[in-house]
Design a protein around this ligand. Structure first.
Ligand code: NAD
Ligand code: TDX
Length: 341
C-alpha cells in the first residue's frame, strides 16, 4: 500500500481529492489530517469514512505531536490544510499565519526526517502572483501577494521550496486558480451566490463587478495534482488554471440564469480592501506533462448549481443554524451593504 497523508482533507478541495484518490488508486491508503475548523466538515467525507483504505485523524498540522508521526509514516504528503478566505484574512490574519505559514513549517520539519517520503505537494495558489492586469503568470514570475491570505500562502510556498533547496525534501509546489464544484463552503462567491439565489436573497457583488477570476473545476484540479505526483519534478512549481476567465458580474448573471432568478437580486456593495483585479495563469508547463481540463465551464457551473439545489442538507444548516456563520455574514455584509468596506 502507498501511504498518502492528505492535510485539510475535510475541506472543499481536500475532500474531493480524498474521494478521487481512493477511486483512482486501489493501492493507496489515505490518512486525512484535519483540524475541523469552520470550513472542515466530516459530512464532506461521509461516503469514504467507512472505507478500510481511509483513516481520519482530527488534529492541527501545527501540533507536531500529532502531525509529525503522520508525515514520517507517509510515502506522499498532499498539503491542502489552510485558512483560505481572503475576506476573513482582512478581518483577522492570525489564524492564517498560524496554519498557512507556521503549520507548513511544522510539516516540513517533520518531512526532513521522513524515510519513505517521495513527494510533498505544497498546495499554493495563483493569488501569490498578485493582481495581473494583462497576460498570464508563469511559474518563474515574481511573487507579489497583496493580502494577508496570499502573503501567508506565498510564505509557505517559498518555505516549502527552501526545504527542497536546503534539505532535499521532495517538494513540488502547485498554484491553482479559483476552484468551483461540490462541497465548497458557502462563504466563497460561487456557493454563496447560488445558495442566496435559491433563497431569493441578494447577491452582494463587490465594487464594479469587473474583477476577473479564472475558474477551475475541482475534479480537474484533483487530476492535475495526481499527474503532478506521477510526473512532476521535485523543486518545481506547476500552475493549474482552468482557462475560464470570467468577470464577476458575468458570473453572477450566469448563476442567476441557471437558478432561474432575476438580475434584480444583484446588490452592488462596497469593494473588498486591496481587491486583486485579475488572476490568470499560463499552464503550458502542466499541459506539457499531459494535462488538460475536461470540464467546460458552462456545464460545470450548471452541474454545481444543481448540486447545491439538490443538497440543501449540506449548506442549509451552515447558513441557518450556525451562529458563527451568521455572525460572520452580519459582520462581513451589513456594513458593506451600507456602503462601507
Ligand atoms: P477549505 O477552507 O475548504 O479547507 C481547508 C481545510 O483545512 C479545512 O478542512 C480545515 O478544517 C483544514 N484546516 C485549517 N486549518 C488547519 C490546521 N491548522 N490543521 C489541520 N487542518 C486545518 O479550503 P479549500 O478551498 O479546499 O483549499 C484547499 C487548499 O487549496 C488551500 O491550501 C488553499 O490555499 C488552496 N487553494 C484553494 C483554491 C480555491 O479556489 N479554493 C485555489 C487555489 C489554491
Ligand atoms: O460576496 C462576495 N462578493 C464578491 O463580489 C464574495 C465572497 C466575493 N466576491 C468577489 C471577490 C472575488 O473577486 O468574487 C471573487 C471571488 O471571491 P472568493 O470566492 O472569495 O475567492 P478569491 O478571493 O478569488 O480566492 C479564492 O481563489 C483563490 C479562494 O478563496 C482562495 O483560497 C484561492 O487561493
Amino acid at each position: 500500500m502507498v501511504k498518502v497523508l492528505v492535510t485539510g482533507g475535510a475541506g472543499f478541495i481536500g475532500s474531493n481529492f480524498v474521494r478521487y484518490a481512493l477511486g483512482a488508486h486501489p493501492d493507496w491508503h489515505v490518512t486525512t489530517l484535519d483540524k475541523l475548523t469552520y470550513c472542515g466538515r466530516l459530512e464532506n467525507l461521509r461516503d469514504v469514512m467507512d472505507s478500510p483504505r481511509h483513516t481520519f485523524v482530527k488534529g492541527d498540522i501545527a501540533d507536531a505531536v500529532v502531525s509529525a508521526p503522520l508525515v514520517q509514516a507517509a510515502d506522499i504528503v498532499v498539503h491542502f490544510a489552510a485558512e483560505t478566505h481572503v475576506d476573513r484574512s482582512l478581518q483577522s490574519a492570525g489564524e492564517f499565519i498560524h496554519t498557512d505559514v507556521f503549520g507548513t513549517f511544522v510539516l516540513l520539519e517533520a518531512a526532513r526526517q521522513a524515510p519513505r517520503l517521495r513527494r510533498f505537494i505544497q498546495v499554493s495558489t495563483d493569488e501569490v502572483y498578485g493582481s495581473v492586469p494583462t497576460g498570464a503568470s508563469r511559474e518563474t514570475d515574481e511573487l507579489r501577494p497583496r493580502n494577508p491570505y496570499s502573503a501567508s500562502k506565498a510564505g509557505a510556498d517559498r518555505l516549502a521550496y527552501s526545504y527542497f533547496a536546503t534539505y532535499q525534501v521532495p517538494v513540488v509546489v502547485t498554484r491553482a486558480s479559483n476552484n468551483y464544484g461540490p462541497y465548497q463552503f458557502p462563504e466563497k462567491v460561487i456557493p454563496l451566490f447560488i445558495t442566496n439565489a435559491l433563497e431569493d436573497q441578494p447577491l452582494p457583488l463587490y465594487g464594479d463587478g469587473l474583477n476577473v477570476r479564472d475558474w477551475l473545476h475541482v475534479d480537474d484540479h484533483c487530476r492535475a495534482v495526481d499527474l503532478i505526483l506521477e510526473k512532476g519534478v521535485a523543486g518545481e512549481v506547476y500552475n493549474i488554471g482552468g482557462g475560464n476567465e470570467v468577470p464577476n458580474v458575468d458570473l453572477t448573471k450566469r448563476i442567476l440564469d441557471l437558478v432561474g432568478k432575476p438580475e434584480t437580486l444583484i446588490r452592488p456593495v462596497a469593494d473588498r480592501l486591496g481587491h486583486d483585479r485579475r488572476y490568470a495563469l499560463d499552464t503550458a508547463k502542466l499541459r506539457a506533462l499531459g494535462w488538460d481540463p475536461v470540464h467546460v465551464f458552462a456545464d460545470g457551473l450548471a452541474a454545481t448549481v444543481e448540486w447545491y439545489r439538490a443538497n440543501p442538507w449540506w449548506w442549509g444548516p451552515i447558513k441557518h443554524q450556525d451562529p458563527a456563520f451568521q455572525a460572520y455574514y452580519q459582520q462581513q455584509y451589513a456594513a458593506r451593504t451600507a456602503g462601507q468596506p
